[in-house]
Ligand binder design. Structure first.
Ligand SMILES: Cc1cc2nc3c(=O)[nH]c(=O)nc-3n(C[C@H](O)[C@H](O)[C@H](O)COP(=O)(O)OP(=O)(O)OC[C@H]3O[C@@H](n4cnc5c(N)ncnc54)[C@H](O)[C@@H]3O)c2cc1C
Ligand code: SF4
Length: 333
């Protein structure tokens, strides 16, 4: 691993001021914040990330989970994934988030991983992680060998001719369905970003993954007040039962009255280049009877624009069945 300076900023302002000296907050940033380090250190060992300065934010005051005045929840950037998943309010009111986190990684990793680090974890595309290979995300303009190569795990929604990498997070899929908001402290002060606007599609600039600019520090995430009576399920399908990323997953937050769906928020994992909210599936459900035929129609709508690659066409039917089963499980809960 290359040498780097390890810094513990005294407060958030100092952290932002130092990070703002970086040329970019995207791939190749020369200053990086570190939370649990379970993504960053891996990538530094592989020389995929080579920051000159690493800013340890673990002593900054971002480790609390608190109620907000509007009845929602504020989750600090350095709250560990385990603490979030096991928090009683999360388990009671935001069960889909607890389930999604507990479906990710391993207990040891969840004990280290932080809220902000999970939001910003990087793709597991093998070419991205191998500096001997070209990769547009790691080195813009070098090409995307995954399009004709090993793409079984990669995306079928939101892809471009420049990158087909999957966003690997489970937590983010639940946060997309819960309509979380991400709070940033930057050089111009604080700002709040709706979850759907935080991650970017690859387009022709796959090295830009989020809207973050140099200096931007994620301070916390807020969840809106829980939807009364909503049923919530996270279902993850993968090659083995634990310690494995999703081939397809579905986060479902649904409300039913008189046998009809009155509200639905749906997001898919393992299939999108960003955490994939599906307004198409939601529109197909609301106002309709909560039955198997309509769940299948919603799944068809969610995957209508899917584009299979050479090895991952199976994901289209898998994702449909995943969403259908998640909806049925929610209704039966
Ligand atoms: C073997 C293995 C299996 C895994 N399996 C899964 C899985 O099944 N599902 C899943 O969802 N995840 C999985 N993960 C990924 C894991 O969830 C992430 O590594 C973890 O959530 C990252 O959190 P962290 O705090 O360790 O991030 P770090 O490594 O500390 O940081 C990650 C990125 O976020 C940036 N960052 C951190 N905090 C801030 C902040 N406050 N503001 C701005 N930028 C910040 C860092 O600079 C870095 O670029 C797995 C990881 C491993 C190693
Ligand atoms: S899919 Fe994206 S991350 Fe993977 S090789 Fe292509 S450009 Fe790189």
């Amino acid at each position: 691993m290359h040498t780097f300076e390890f810094i513990r900023p005294a407060d958030p302002d100092a952290a932002v001021a130092t990070a703002s000296q970086a040329k970019t907050a995207q791939q190749g940033a020369d200053v990086r914040f570190i939370g649990g380090g379970t993504t960053l250190i891996d990538l530094m060992k592989l020389n995929v990330e080579t920051p000159a300065r690493v800013l340890d934010i673990n002593r900054l005051p971002f480790d609390k989970i608190e109620a907000t005045s509007d009845g929602g929840l504020k989750i600090g950037a350095t709250v560990r994934n385990s603490d979030l998943a096991h928090h009683p309010v999360v388990q009671r009111d935001y069960a889909v988030l607890s389930q999604a986190i507990l479906n990710g990684a391993s207990a040891q990793l969840r004990n280290m991983a932080t809220t902000a680090g999970n939001l910003l974890q990087r793709t597991r595309c093998m070419y991205f992680r191998d500096t001997a290979m070209p990769c547009n995300k790691r080195e813009p303009g070098t090409g995307c060998p995954a399009i004709t190569g090993a793409n079984r795990m990669l995306a079928i929604l939101g892809t471009s001719d420049h990158c087909i990498a999957t966003n690997p997070s489970d937590m983010c899929i639940a946060m997309a369905a819960l309509e979380a908001t991400i709070h940033i402290q930057g050089t111009k002060g604080p700002r709040a970003i709706p979850f759907a606007d935080f991650h970017l599609l690859p387009g022709s600039t796959p090295h830009r993954e989020t809207v973050l600019e140099p200096g931007d520090l994620v301070t916390h995430v807020t969840l809106p007040p829980p939807i009364p009576g909503s049923k919530q399920v996270y279902l993850k399908l993968r090659d083995r039962a634990s310690y494995e990323f999703a081939l397809a997953s579905a986060a479902v937050v649904i409300t039913i009255a008189g046998g009809n769906v009155t509200k639905a928020r749906i997001a898919l994992g393992g299939v999108g280049t960003k955490p994939w909210r599906s307004p198409e599936a939601e529109a197909a459900l609301v106002g309709k009877p909560a039955d198997a035929a309509n769940f299948r129609k919603a799944a068809e709508a969610a995957l209508r624009n899917a584009k299979p690659q050479t090895e991952n066409g199976f994901k289209i039917e898998l994702a449909k069945r995943c969403l259908t089963h998640a909806l049925q499980t929610a209704v039966n809960a």
